[in-house]
Design a protein around this ligand. Structure first.
Ligand code: ATP
Length: 235
């Protein structure tokens, strides 16, 4: 579903992403670990068509990503650390607005059911987003992904700052989407979350993917050790 082929990105003379090769299959939850500046967000931003790569290719469902490519944008949804919504509108109004932008025209009942699938409490749906917690905003973000019928989800540190209950709820929703065939690429600093939620885990450092691991084949303590060994190297 997602493929990076020799993907390289430079900002001036700085190599933010160095020859990344990666394949994420339908239903995979791929957690990308790495310290600050490792290149995680750069990878996501290239897949989203926000920034161009200097060389190599990013492919989504066989389509090559280019900046502002509507074909690939329509296939994906993006949930950043803080989901950007209109605070003066209700959750429902936001969902209506964003689904309209994506060219859908759902009934109120259908939109309500997307919100419920995303885990937003019924009593919150018609409240203004300015009163929402971070976790509630993320649920609207997930509802937007559901509305778009996104085949791939890009998550950038989505659980940072969420309490354990909200974080657990979030993981459950991503797992359910994975069961339905949605692929996820998630940048995170949370090793335990990566181990528990991801079926695959990448460890990136200074723009290079050092490890591409199967979650079931590695313990949390081994993963932590490998991660620390990698990030303490100054390449
Ligand atoms: N627009 C930009 N202009 C210049 N340098 C940039 C730009 N965006 C990212 N970089 C640099 O590229 C490198 C990779 O950054 P990136 O944001 O991808 O890292 P990250 O792994 O997501 O880090 P974090 O965990 O802090 O979010 C860093 O050295 C960063 O300073």
């Amino acid at each position: 579903m997602l493929k990076a082929e020799n993907l390289t990105k430079q900002f001036g003379t700085h190599t933010a992403l160095n020859n990344l090769n990666l394949e994420i299959k339908k239903g995979d939850i791929y957690c990308l670990l790495g310290s600050n500046g490792a290149g995680k967000s750069t990878t996501i931003n290239i897949f989203l068509g926000f920034i161009p790569a200097n060389s190599g290719r990013a492919l989504i469902d066989g389509h090559e990503v280019t900046v502002n490519n509507h074909t690939t944008r329509d296939l994906v949804a993006y949930i950043p650390e803080v989901v950007n919504l209109y605070g003066t509108l209700t959750g429902m109004e936001n969902l209506e607005f964003f689904s309209g932008l994506s060219g859908y025209n759902y009934s109120k009942e259908e939109l309500t059911s997307f919100m419920e699938t995303a885990g937003l409490q019924h009593s919150a749906i018609n409240k203004r987003v300015s009163s929402y917690s971070k976790g509630m905003r993320q649920k609207v973000g997930i509802a937007i992904a559901l509305v778009k019928k996104a085949k791939a989800l890009f998550l950038d540190e989505p659980t940072s700052g969420l309490d354990p209950h909200a974080s657990n709820e979030f993981s459950q929703i991503i797992t359910r989407l994975s069961d339905q065939g949605v692929s996820t690429l998630m940048a995170t600093h949370d090793i335990l979350m990566a181990k528990n939620l991801g079926n695959r885990i990448g460890i990136m450092h200074q723009g290079t993917l050092h490890h591409d691991l199967l979650s079931e084949e590695i313990s949390h303590s081994d993963l932590t050790r490998i991660y620390i060994d990698i990030v303490k190297q100054d390449v």
